[in-house]
Unconditional design. Structure first.
Lengths: 87, 278
């Protein structure tokens, strides 16, 4: 959804600029967001691998559901971060 | 035309994805848009299946597919699409995503680049702050639509889905579309979940990482996803080919049947290019 309110738009810009500046020591906003995405995928993939290896229901289903939750919560974070940081 | 169907079961024990495969030849995966089942591709399947193996599927929560939860993202939907390729033992396919399906197709190309031979992004946007969003009237309609009776919603969508020329000259084609849509059950919760997934979608800065040959197709009179998005995507994806259909609205496959032939030719050219380079 677009921010139609100019004030809110400007506020998001300022917060984004501050956050981008704060992330410079860690390689910049884009590198940090990419690293977070890589980490989320690694965790979700690891959970899926464990689910595949476990032969006991409902343990397998619970671990696989956790993998989906990790991916989707991470994706939501990433979408918001990319919006805010414009990366 | 030979047709097969099947169901992929996810490890979570609840998510099930229904797929159909029609025709033989190079495989193409079609990813459809908001609230529609894979059956919504009927015109395109008929055109592409003359020379290709065409795979369609129902997104989680839609049609014959089921979902563990009604909260998901375009990333999840992209992984679903790839799980169908895994089930069919298809390593690399052409991918054609339309509208919300185009957002999912972007995620497939970014998350699973080795699986995508070429990409067609139809009537879609990149997400993020710089995407061009529809006007307030269109957004208000889509929020209202979920609570309308099914048939009323389908007909009320016509001014938003189709261009003005189609609404006067191709009423029978619009009626065919709506009859097909009404034949499939509509899941309001899944529709809302897909709206959320589309709102969260954000690939804007990453489109430049797509290395797959890409074609961008869009109706110039699209009110749901303004055509400015197609220009933006074509500028961001390296080497992307842009095809703007003058006078067409959002559901351009109904208005411009010839575009399916052009898309088929694009896929064939990419297949030829790959086999000559192998």
């Amino acid at each position: 959804m677009p921010f139609t309110d100019d004030v809110l738009d400007r506020a998001v810009d300022v917060v984004g600029r501050v956050a981008r500046a704060a992330l410079i020591p860690w390689g910049g906003a884009e590198a940090c967001v990419d690293a977070y995405e890589t980490a989320i995928r690694a965790v979700a993939d690891a959970q899926l691998s464990v689910a595949r290896a476990v032969d006991v229901e409902p343990v397998r289903a619970v671990i696989a559901s956790c993998a989906g939750l990790t991916r989707d919560i991470g994706a939501t974070h990433l979408s918001g971060m990319r919006w805010l940081l414009d990366v | 035309m030979s047709a097969q169907s099947g169901i992929v079961s996810a490890l979570d024990g609840r998510t099930r994805l229904y797929w159909e495969s029609t025709g033989t030849g190079d495989p193409v995966l079609l990813i459809h848009g908001l609230g529609l089942s894979g059956g919504a591709w009927w015109r395109t399947v008929a055109a592409l299946a003359r020379s290709m193996r065409v795979i369609t599927f129902d997104h989680r929560g839609i049609g014959q597919s089921k979902s563990l939860t009604y909260a998901y993202t375009t990333e999840a939907m992209a992984d679903d699409a790839v799980s169908i390729l895994d089930d069919l033992s298809l390593n690399r396919v052409h991918v054609y995503g339309f509208s919300l399906g185009g957002m999912v197709a972007q995620q497939v190309a970014l998350r699973h680049p080795a699986r995508v031979q070429s990409l067609v992004l139809g009537a879609t946007h990149s997400g993020g702050r710089r995407a061009a969003f529809p006007d307030g009237e269109v957004m208000a309609f889509f929020r209202r639509r979920a609570t309308m009776p099914l048939e009323e919603a389908a007909w009320a969508s016509v001014p938003y889905n189709y261009g003005p020329r189609c609404r006067t000259d191709q009423v029978d084609r619009i009626a065919d579309d709506i009859a097909r849509r009404l034949a499939n059950p509509f899941n309001e919760r899944a529709y809302r979940a897909q709206l959320l997934a589309g709102s969260l979608h954000n690939c804007y800065r990453r489109l430049e990482r797509i290395r797959t040959p890409t074609m961008v197709v869009h109706g110039a009179r699209d009110r749901i996803i303004p055509v400015a998005n197609a220009h933006m995507i074509a500028r961001l994806v390296p080497g992307a080919e842009l095809r703007v259909l003058e006078g067409a609205g959002h559901l351009y496959p109904t208005e411009e049947p010839a575009v399916d032939e052009a898309i088929g030719e694009f896929f064939a050219a990419q297949s030829r290019g790959r086999s000559s380079s192998d």
